[in-house]
Design a protein around this ligand. Structure first.
Ligand code: SF4
Ligand code: SF4
Length: 419
């Protein structure tokens, strides 16, 4: 049992939002965690109830009229801190709840704020996320996966001689650097063929620290942000491009801590720009056997980026339509700002792997029903989630003695194969 801090005294940052909730429950209808578990305390409304119960003594109405309306016994229900941690961390931070909330509670920032507040009050985040934070902070790794720093550039250092300074720095991201090498090499090929003056941070790249920020562990965020910014400045870049929506958002947050004047863009924006400028020549059509394709909008690149700045929905679709042989892009019934989550956001894979995989499976089952052969995305995390669910589906079909073919690709891989 964790020792209870004084949460009423150390109020969470979003006090007004907490008491503004009308408990109408509309947000529950779009929450993937609630859909999967059926637990009220894991729904957005339930999470708010748990936090409110532990931190506030009066509702908005009670504050306005200056009277206690609720029976004291209801307000004093003693919710254990373990329940608070479970409620707050079993959340993919997909922000779909924002789209349904009547009183416009800004969940896209609020869930992160509450996690930070919990850590500040001595409530430890789930164990595996602490391990990820420690690995990022450890100078031997500076990444959540405990991969040695020397491996950062291993996929490309022999094939690409990159300049020490360039107009664009390609910030690769940890997942792509160590595991999604097809995406990394795809981007290298695209940029080279289009004549982009680019370089990378090589072994100097360290984690963007999105994982720490989203799990409430922000102690070293500024320090790592400064290191990445310094190294980007040394390369003289005017723009930084990344293919990871997590890095894309995290790098943008650096502005709060460090001054810089380079622009941060996603690879979807750069590749769309290169196609429009006629800098990419397509030569090979995308294979018929892998079609039709379906595009999945990553929450962080679409909806959450839209709440923070602008959502990237049109660029990947424009790029895919430019590839010869692709005549049709199937859409999920819930797409663009209403896209459903792949289950891998918010550190969920580390918090509850099975729950995260079950959410991904729903998405893959939807794609199968719609007749898609390839699920395409523009996020290494979403691609990995889809891959896990496709493998689970393949096993299920095999056990029944049936064949099942489906793959998942990044938009970048499709482009790279066609040029
Ligand atoms: S962010 Fe997503 S997973 Fe979290 S409460 Fe909202 S809808 Fe549910
Ligand atoms: S939709 Fe908004 S007001 Fe209604 S229960 Fe959910 S968080 Fe509360």
């Amino acid at each position: 049992m964790v020792k209870k801090p004084n949460l009423v005294k150390n109020q969470p940052p979003n006090q007004i939002d907490l008491i503004a909730c009308m408990q109408c429950g509309y947000c529950r209808s779009v929450c993937p965690v609630f859909e999967e578990t059926g637990w009220e305390s894991l729904s957005p409304r339930g999470k708010l109830f748990v936090v409110k119960n532990l931190t506030t003594k009066n509702s908005m109405l009670e504050r306005i009229i200056g009277k206690n309306l609720t029976a004291k016994i209801v307000r004093d229900v003693d919710i254990p801190l373990e329940e608070l941690r479970d409620a707050i961390y079993k959340c993919t931070l997909c922000s779909r709840c924002v789209t349904k909330c009547h009183v416009e509670i800004p969940f896209h920032e609020m869930w992160e704020h509450i996690r930070i507040w919990m850590v500040e009050n001595g409530i430890e985040p789930p164990e595996k996320t602490i391990g990820m934070y420690d690995n990022i902070a450890n100078p031997e790794f500076n990444n959540p996966f405990m991969e040695p720093m020397e491996k950062r550039d291993e996929w490309y250092r022999e094939d690409y001689v990159l300049p020490p300074k360039a107009d664009i720095v390609y910030f690769i991201g940890c997942g792509t650097s160590f595991y999604e090498y097809q995406v990394l090499l795809g981007n290298m090929k695209i940029f080279t063929k289009a004549g982009v003056n680019f370089t990378t941070l090589g072994k100097d790249e360290i984690c963007c620290n999105a994982v720490s920020m989203m799990t409430g562990q922000v102690e070293n965020f500024e320090e790592l942000a400064r290191r990445n910014v310094e190294n980007i400045k040394k390369r003289g870049a005017k723009r930084v491009v990344t293919g990871c929506p997590g890095c894309y958002r995290s790098l943008k947050k650096y502005k709060k801590y460090v001054k810089f004047d380079f622009e941060i863009i996603h690879t979807m924006e750069l590749i769309a720009e290169l196609i429009k400028e006629g800098k990419l020549e397509f030569k090979k059509p995308f294979k018929d056997k892998d079609q039709p394709i379906i595009y999945h909008d990553p929450c962080e690149l679409g909806r959450i980026s839209e709440f923070e700045d602008h959502g990237i929905y049109d660029e990947p679709r424009f790029i895919l339509k430019s590839v010869p042989g692709i005549d049709e892009i199937i859409e999920f019934p819930n797409c663009r700002v209403d896209s459903t989550c792949c289950g891998g956001g918010g550190g969920m894979k580390a918090v509850d792997y099975d729950l995260s995989a079950a959410i991904a499976l729903k998405k893959v089952e939807q794609a199968i029903e719609l007749g898609a052969k390839t699920i395409v995305s523009s996020c290494p995390n979403c691609k990995s989630q889809m891959g896990i669910a496709i493998e689970a589906k393949k096993k299920e079909y095999k056990d029944r003695g049936e064949k099942f073919k489906m793959k998942t690709m990044d938009v970048v891989e499709i482009v790279a194969k066609s040029i």
